[in-house]
Design a protein around this ligand. Sequence first.
Ligand code: SF4
Ligand code: SF4
Length: 138
Amino acid sequence: MKVPPTLSTVLGNLFKKPATNPFPESEPVPVPEGFRGKLNYDVEKCVGCRLCVMVCPAGVIEYVPEVKKVTFWLGRCVFCQQCVDVCPVNALWMSDEFLLATTDKYDDNLRWLKGEEIAELKRKLEEEKRAKEAAKKE
Ligand code: SF4
Ligand code: SF4
């Protein structure tokens, strides 16, 4: 009797190793170069130009006028990288982090420039302003 071609393939595969990655027992498959993972933000470099706010198609980024910086809620991010491409001072970059699952949509890991950091920046700016005014008076 002639063995059907599909059956011979199935029988051949029965004796091969499984071609799967048993994550999380093993490391995840490495990401390629240029992979677009979680967005990162360097608040020190940011000059508050708002270009990223203008190009973001998902409403992730909000300008904070008091400190001339931006905040991000990455729960909405679609990883398009347009903000990274437009930033004139390279304050934004895509990392290779992709294990972002959480039970809290406002998880700290999904936010850049949180409330307490904004308050700290405001405090610093006010201190600088006071120091400048004091220097002028002298
Ligand atoms: S990667 Fe795209 S969606 Fe995410 S914050 Fe930047 S512009 Fe917005
Ligand atoms: S584009 Fe860059 S410098 Fe401009 S507000 Fe966004 S992060 Fe800051």
